[in-house]
Write a new protein. Structure first.
Length: 129
C-alpha cells in the first residue's frame, strides 16, 4: 500500500540561503528516493521547507527517521500522513520553482501554520499547473 507524508520545517544555516546547499539536497534526495522507490516534491520559501513524499510505508518511515535528525532543518511537523490509492507525484524529487505564486493562488500567506487542507490545495494547484 502506498502512503503520502507531508511535513513542514524550518531551514537552518546555509540551507536557508545557499543555492549550492539546496542543489546538494535535491541531488542527494533524488538519488536516495530513486533507490527507495519514493516520489515527491519540495518547496523552499522564506526559510521554510515543505516536502511531500509518496511511497511504501517502510520506505517513508525510514526517510522520516533520517529527516528527524538532519541538522539542516528544525521543528519538523508532519501535516499529512495517509494511505493513498495512487501517486500524485511521479518524480523522485521535484522542486516547486515558484512558491510565491503557488501560495498566492492557494490563498496562503505563511507556511508556518500550514494545514492538511492547505497541503491539498497546494497539491491540486501543482497538478493543474
Amino acid at each position: 500500500m502506498l502512503h503520502r507524508v507531508v511535513y513542514v520545517s524550518e531551514s537552518v544555516g546555509a540551507t536557508a540561503v545557499s543555492t549550492q546547499s539546496l542543489a546538494e539536497i535535491l541531488g542527494a534526495s533524488d538519488r536516495n528516493n530513486r533507490r527507495d522507490h519514493l516520489t515527491g516534491c519540495v518547496l523552499f520559501h522564506e526559510g521554510r521547507i515543505v516536502q511531500a513524499i509518496e511511497g511504501g510505508r517502510a520506505d517513508i518511515d525510514r526517510l522520516v527517521r533520517r529527516l528527524l535528525v538532519d541538522p539542516r532543518h528544525t521543528g519538523m511537523r508532519i501535516i499529512v500522513d495517509t494511505p493513498i490509492s495512487e501517486r500524485l507525484m511521479h518524480e523522485p524529487m521535484a522542486l516547486c520553482r515558484d512558491p510565491a505564486t503557488m501560495m498566492r493562488r492557494t490563498g496562503l500567506t505563511t507556511l508556518s501554520r500550514l494545514t492538511a487542507g492547505d497541503v491539498q490545495a497546494m497539491l491540486e494547484y501543482r497538478l493543474a499547473a
